[in-house]
Design a protein around this ligand. Structure first.
Ligand code: 5U1
Length: 677
């Protein structure tokens, strides 16, 4: 577009960027590629630099953060910011309903409730005058908060100027600033790479980001805001109920929660709670409960408040995902590749819906970061299927006699030396396959469903086979006889026959499965498939030069180095030889150059729960077929695989008209491409 009048061009850019921002950050519906957005923004900045007199405070270029403050100012909330009473079970909800009905004596019918996820973030207030953002403040104690205007201006889902029309002259909007889970992971990964302190959870990360005196730091943090109520208001009226009021806020440019719903009666509130509780882990942000509000404002007014909480609302809390307990001891587990993982033995504690008595401490760096001592009171987090973790230590409760964690100099299983390789966080047992722990882990991996899939060879049996000295390497599995198996405790004739038949069946495999089953460091399923497709045969792979290895899509210098070590190791090659002699075989496969991989050049997104495959496997298979797998849906997305519980990514895909398939369709596609699933 060529525009003769630069002022006209600037206004048109402001309008365009504001609309695109709103579509992207508020509605989750991007309409233009990032490159086009970036070009428009660069042009706007150029025009504003050339004509500083046209620079507006609400220009999208002004979100990068102003000058650092010495301290935050104080803000008095003209309308106090309330807190909520809590409910923890169905009975508390029934009591809440009873209290409401008693006060609203004329009511016989079920009450109408607005149900909203309770975001685990920081409550804030935003004040607009004539549609322009004037001030952002924290809740503080409800009466007085801190002025965080500079920081909230950097958050892209907060409009600097209201959209549309009909908004009140003075409008105070309240809601929660939070950090989505993906943003939290990104921020912590970045901090880890730089050797900086990581945040314990998304809430702390959001709070820490808002508390920055330098708004340029806040501007770098992936924060979002979701609105749920109006405080001060002058000049216009709002709809008469909560749900349409939220829609009105959305029309003025605010983000509202897409999971909100209106239901009739308290039983329906409990159903809503249950359904969101089950989907909690698949939501892209942390929630710690559900807020139920009497929907009609007239009834809210009638019900009024007690002390600092409204009678017309309640927060039903989810079971906590973090709890305090005591660290009883630290033990060390040895994994398949010899990595030694410190594991916290804990006083059992109920957290995230289960009793937890062990939690990972990851590695030495993590133990140092936590500075944890045996006997310490620690905070344990268990969210969804994630392994429980020790996230922090309550140092105030530490006694001087609590000892530090000492790392072993020798492997706790085989007594071999323990080393820390350069650039690695992990300690490693150097015993290799003489270490019983590594033997067990290697055999479990070899026999697992996605490797050689030896049915009936579960973890317990592998441990028994190794401990009884019947098997020490994967090749020895094929030397097992009926007689030796029957010598094992609790092994009956039928189980022994079944296991021998399963071992026989497992010999007929595929090249990718065989490569994966060997457990070469950093060679996961996707890399194994890429290697197999690239080289086509074991012989070609085993004799490949470093340069040839690096030509494979998934292979960088580290993976190439591990492959080289494997092929240079006589004992590894001996295991392969013995496996082949035992009859393990596979057909060679056709080599495919990367550009002719079936999904080459495509970008896929996997979201929601995949019952059969799991999301990680689905991603690995898609990558093996040449697809790029992204974390967010954009105009570049080719296809979205959506399982139950898919939320905003599915909504975004539907809004963009992106192809969406379910798990069954993905399984059919993978099978058609020759992948055994
Ligand atoms: N979704 C939602 N969260 N939340 C928190 N609504 C909501 N309402 C709140 C709070 C503290 O307070 C009301 C009293 C406005």
């Amino acid at each position: 577009m060529s525009v003769a009048d630069p002022l006209q061009e600037l206004e048109s850019l402001l309008e365009k960027l504001d609309t695109w921002n709103h579509q992207y950050y508020v509605l989750d519906q991007p309409t233009v590629p990032d490159s086009e957005y970036d070009r428009a923004m660069q042009r706007l900045v150029a025009l504003e630099t050339e004509h500083p007199q046209w620079l507006r405070a609400d220009s999208p270029s002004q979100r990068v953060g102003g000058q650092p403050l010495i301290q935050f100012g104080q803000v008095t909330h003209d309308v106090p910011m309330l807190s909520l009473d809590n409910a923890f079970n169905d009975q508390d909800m029934q009591n809440f309903n009873r209290r409401l009905l008693d006060r609203l004596a004329q009511f016989a019918a079920p009450l109408e409730f607005a149900c909203e996820p309770k975001l685990d973030g920081i409550a804030v207030s935003l004040l607009y005058r004539d549609g322009v953002l004037q001030r952002g403040a924290t809740r503080g104690d409800g009466a007085t908060g801190e002025d965080i205007t500079q920081n909230v201006r950097t958050i892209r889902s907060i409009p600097l100027r209201l959209r549309g029309n009909g908004y009140p002259e003075v409008l105070e909007v309240r809601g929660e600033i939070y950090m989505p889970k993906a943003g939290f992971d990104w921020l912590n990964n970045k901090a880890r790479q730089r050797g900086e302190k990581v945040f314990v959870n998304p809430r702390n990360a959001a709070a820490g980001s808002l508390r920055q005196l330098d708004p340029r730091v806040t501007a770098e943090r992936p924060l979002e805001m979701c609105c749920y109520s109006v405080g001060l208001m002058e000049g216009e009226s709002l709809p008469d109920r909560q749900a349409p009021m939220l829609e009105r806020l959305q029309s003025w440019g605010f983000r509202i929660n897409s999971e909100s719903a209106v239901v009739q009666g308290i039983d329906a509130c409990n159903d809503y709670y249950q359904s969101l509780f089950e989907r909690r882990d698949s939501l892209p942000y942390d929630i710690d409960g559900i807020v139920f509000k009497v929907n009609e404002f007239k009834l809210q007014e009638q019900l009024g408040f007690v002390s600092r909480a409204p009678r017309w609302a309640i927060a039903r809390k989810f079971p906590a995902q973090e709890e305090m307990t005591r660290l009883l001891d630290v033990e060390f587990q040895v994994g398949r590749t010899g990595v030694i993982t410190p594991v916290a033995r804990l006083e059992p504690v109920f957290v995230g819906g289960v009793t937890v008595s062990n939690a990972t401490l990851h590695n030495r760096d993590e133990v140092d970061r936590l500075d944890v001592r045996i006997g310490d009171t620690v905070i344990v987090r268990r969210a969804g299927d994630v392994i429980p973790q020790v996230v922090s230590v309550v140092t105030e409760q530490r006694l001087p006699r609590f000892p530090r964690v000492t790392f072993p100099k020798h492997c706790p299983i085989c007594q071999s030396a323990v080393e820390r390789e350069e650039g690695e966080a992990a300690l490693r047992c150097m015993g290799g396959l003489i270490c019983a722990a590594q033997q067990k882990a290697a055999i479990k991996h070899f026999a697992s469903r996605r490797a050689l899939n030896v049915e009936g060879l579960g973890d317990k049996l592998v441990e028994q086979l190794v401990e009884e000295g019947l098997v020490a390497s994967v090749a020895e599995l094929y030397t097992l006889s009926e007689e030796r198996l029957l010598s094992l405790d609790r092994m009956g004739q039928k189980s022994a026959d079944n296991l021998l038949a399963a071992l026989q069946d497992s010999k007929q495999t595929t090249l990718p499965r065989f490569i994966f089953a060997l457990g070469i460091r950093e060679v996961g399923e996707a890399t194994a498939l890429s290697l197999a497709r690239h080289f086509g045969s074991w012989a070609a792979l085993a004799t490949a030069s470093d340069r040839q290895l690096l030509e494979v899509d998934d292979v960088g210098p580290i993976v190439a180095d591990h492959l080289r070590q494997f092929f240079d190791s006589l004992s590894s090659l001996e295991v392969v030889k013995l496996l082949c002699e035992a009859g393990v075989n596979w057909p060679d496969i056709e080599c495919l150059p990367p550009q002719s991989q079936p999904l080459a050049g495509q970008t896929w997104v996997v979201t929601g729960k995949l019952e059969m495959l799991g999301r990680d496997d689905a991603k690995a298979h898609l990558q093996a077929l040449g697809a790029k797998v992204a974390g967010t849906v954009s105009v570049k997305t080719t296809c979205v695989v959506a399982g139950p519980g898919a939320g905003s990514k599915l909504a975004k895909a539907e809004a963009l008209g992106t192809e969406v398939i379910d798990e069954q369709a993905l399984l059919a596609l993978l099978r058609a491409e020759g992948i055994k699933v």
